[in-house]
Design a protein around this ligand. Structure first.
Ligand code: C2E
Ligand code: MG
Ligand code: MG
Length: 716
């Protein structure tokens, strides 16, 4: 039977002219198509929209099956399903027993033709239709299929576009974000309600809302075809506008996002990065940049100079320890306020952190004038503070550096002022120092020591000497104190006094400390492997090392790496360090103890620690400082202190080591007081590892001898 193609096309075209929804149109089209005589094998025809992005089908209508049946097609996911194959390839695909097992969920039957309805390269919709039992079509059927699929494709594509546009218009209208539509001249042709709300809130008109240079952005979006983002502000609100050119409508859309909160956070972050949180004064970073601009004035005016004053509160820790952290903060805030309100001279005030403030005195070149103003600042801060019913009086140490040369840098100036404060502090409290040539030379010398020491650590020139510690009752070696020595290529063997302070000042103490611990742990493991009598080694820790959180894990790693026994290691902490940071000391000591490492409190008697701390701290040994041994037995003061410390330690279950025993009479006195252990030149000076090992061997022999030796000869 031949088909009247023109009649079929006409009927279908008539359908497309009706103003139906896409679903309604599909229903009518399906009903018409199955009614074309001899075209369908079975009266089955269904339509689906293809959502290419989401890769799913939207069932529209069907004839010959129930709407429920095709409703499930929404859930088809398998990309191998013939429906998707047809949609992707754009080729009509015929279902048969081989190519579809219906595993995918579609229940299309053999002979079902899946016809992609395409606009250009895009499959807009699918028509599923049963045309023949074996998939073969006669010429007539083929022609009809081609004809109707062209008409249908055009119509579906038009309807989908329309629907998208309607959806878009609705979205634009309901969007909580401002959206503006402009013509190519930048004239606003539409603004959504969100825009109107903003205009109303800020009492501005439309032009004020648009970013400045609006027309330029419109033109550039049209020229470049790429969205461009611009920031704009109205009142206290900020917006980011994206200019989008829509070619089909020849319109430019401005999509706005309120970025006021983001802007507020950014401004806050920028402020926080440059200002101290507690006092709201410029912080260190900010001070450095202010110094930079001060120095740049010198470039323009060679007669310009200024002064940098670094102000460090004396004994501020005592305030915190006695009145608490909060009171400390109140005092710092008050100092910030006093400095800020001070009208003595044009100035900039900053807080560098902790109890350190800085003042830049601008346009000043007389050092004596600077000193005079420093005295005023000192008096200003010395005025008593009232904190929770307490009156607190503070003094300050001030370091001054003059900014008067083209060659200076902000960091260098700060460093110079720090050196001056350092010197002021060393002279006690309430001092002011001006950075001078001598300090400069000292700073240079320290820098040189620092550089050389760093190399020395790397090249193994920093070594450990071991000083024996003996039991006072049998004079056998109980252990050694590890003491750092620097084998300097020119200056010979240097004691720690020559390099530890520089290492502490420059931060090299961490590397140095780690180096010493490593050597000691290796040595302990070696002695253990050689089966020498069990001796411990004590290692000194500086206050700076004490501040690092990973100290305990670093020490443990060194022990484990070397295969040493933690119970053979003592850590010596000076009484001064423990008293200065009691909480930290307690925490560190406890953590070390948990690992089986023992604790000795070094230089005891010099650090003013209170009895309550001593009771709390997990300490194994007190090392009575050399200064109290020196005068024994004649000095009544020393004798009283030594006796008290020994008795107190015993009552707390601690051992006592007397340091710096140099003669027999001192030893006799200590023995009478039942001091446990001794260390001093009388028994042995700090010695290289080789000698210490020989001493250990000799110690093993000594064990069997009686009576115990009085004086150990160091084997050479
Ligand atoms: P310290 O921990 O109190 O060490 C004892 C100091 O007293 C050693 O000085 C030792 O040689 C000296 N000494 C011992 N017996 C006598 C004696 O009978 N008479 C006299 N006059 N002196 C005696 P050294 O080796 O110069 O060490 C000085 C300080 O350097 C140590 O005092 C310790 O605080 C520090 N130190 C040494 N090595 C290290 C280290 O590796 N790390 C750290 N952070 N500090 C270390
Ligand atoms: Mg020590
Ligand atoms: Mg000591």
């Amino acid at each position: 039977m031949s088909f009247d193609l023109s009649e079929i096309s006409r009927e279908l075209l008539l359908l497309t002219l009706e103003d139906d929804s896409v679903e309604k149109f599909s229903e009518k089209a399906a009903a018409y198509i199955v009614s074309i005589p001899q075209f369908c094998n079975k009266p089955i025809c269904s339509f689906f929209l293809v959502h290419s992005q989401k890769r799913h089908l939207q069932p529209l209508a069907c004839v010959g099956c129930s709407p429920d049946q095709i409703a499930d097609y929404r859930n088809l996911k398998n990309p191998d399903c013939l429906f998707f194959v047809a949609a992707r390839s754009g080729e009509t695909t015929v279902m048969n027993r081989e190519n579809c097992s219906n595993d995918c969920g579609c229940d299309g039957e053999s002979g079902l033709h899946i016809v992609p309805l395409r606009k250009g390269n895009i499959t807009v919709a699918l028509m599923a239709i049963s045309l023949s039992a074996d998939g073969m079509l006669n010429d007539g059927q083929l022609k009809v299929l081609q004809g109707i699929s062209d008409i249908l494709a055009k119509n579906f594509s038009r309807m989908v576009n329309l629907r998208q546009k309607e959806g878009m218009a609705l979205l634009v209208h309901e969007s909580p974000n401002p959206i503006i539509e402009c013509d190519p001249e930048g004239e606003v042709v539409y603004a959504n309600p969100a825009v109107k709300k903003i205009l109303w809130q800020h009492s501005v008109d439309q032009d004020e809302l648009l970013p400045s240079n609006h027309l330029e952005y419109v033109r550039s979006a049209m020229r470049l075809h790429t969205p461009e983002s611009v920031k704009g502000e109205v009142g206290n609100s900020a917006f980011s506008w994206t200019y989008h050119y829509m070619e089909e409508s020849d319109r430019v859309f401005l999509f706005g996002v309120d970025i006021s909160e983001q802007k507020r956070i950014e401004t806050q972050l920028a402020h926080d990065a440059m200002y101290d949180e507690l006092t709201d004064l410029p912080n260190r970073t900010n001070l450095l940049s202010i110094l930079k601009s001060e120095l740049s004035v010198i470039k323009r005016r060679d007669d310009y100079s200024f002064a940098l004053l670094l102000i460090d509160l004396d004994r501020f820790k005592t305030v915190i320890e006695s009145l608490g952290f909060q009171a400390g903060n109140d005092v710092l805030r008050e100092i910030g306020l006093r400095l800020r309100n001070w009208r003595g001279h044009d100035k900039v005030v900053a807080r560098l952190g902790g109890d350190e403030f800085a003042v830049i005195l601008e346009e000043i070149n007389s050092v004596s004038k600077v000193m005079e103003l420093a005295t005023c600042i000192n008096q200003l801060i010395s005025e008593p503070f009232r904190v929770n019913e307490n009156r607190i009086s503070l003094t300050v140490s001030i370091g001054i550096a003059m900014g008067n040369s083209l060659n200076q840098t902000p960091e260098g100036l700060l460093h110079n002022a720090s050196a001056a404060v350092y010197r002021a502090k060393r002279q006690g409290t309430n001092h002011t120092e001006v950075f001078d040539k001598e300090m400069h030379l000292n700073a240079l010398a320290r820098l040189q020591v620092h550089n050389e020491l760093r190399q020395a650590i790397d090249s193994g020139d920093v070594v450990v000497y071991y000083q024996p510690v003996l039991g006072l009752n049998d004079l056998r070696v109980r252990g050694f104190e590890a003491l750092a020595r620097w084998q300097h290529p020119e200056k010979g063997l240097l004691p720690p006094g020559h390099f530890i302070p520089v290492a502490e000042e420059t931060g090299l103490i961490y590397a140095l400390g780690a180096h010493i611990i490593k050597i000691v742990c290796k040595q302990l493991a070696e002695w253990k492997a050689a089966n020498y009598p069990l001796a411990w080694v004590s290692v000194n820790l500086s206050a700076h090392q004490f501040q690092i959180d990973h100290l305990v894990s670093d020490i443990m790693r060194a022990i484990v790496d070397a295969g040493a026994d933690p119970s053979r290691l003592f850590i010596e902490i000076t009484e001064g360090t423990a008293a200065e940071h009691p909480e930290r000391a307690f925490e560190m000591m406890s953590r070390l103890r948990e690992h089986g490492i023992r604790i000795a409190l070094d230089d005891f008697g010099t650090g003013y620690s209170s009895m309550s701390y001593l009771k709390r701290f997990p300490i194994d040994t007190l090392k009575l400082d050399r200064s109290f041994i020196k005068g024994l037995p004649e000095s009544q003061d020393d004798a009283a202190i030594a006796t008290t410390v020994i008795n107190m330690a015993k009552s707390l279950g601690m051992k006592v080591v007397a340091e710096g025993v140099e003669d027999e009479r001192q030893a006799m006195f200590l023995r009478l007081q039942q001091c446990d252990e001794v260390q001093g030149f009388l028994y042995g000076k700090p010695m290289p590892v080789h000698n210490a090992t020989l001493l250990l061997k000799a110690g093993a022999r000594v064990k069997s001898e009686s009576p115990p030796i009085k004086r150990i000869k160091i084997p050479q």
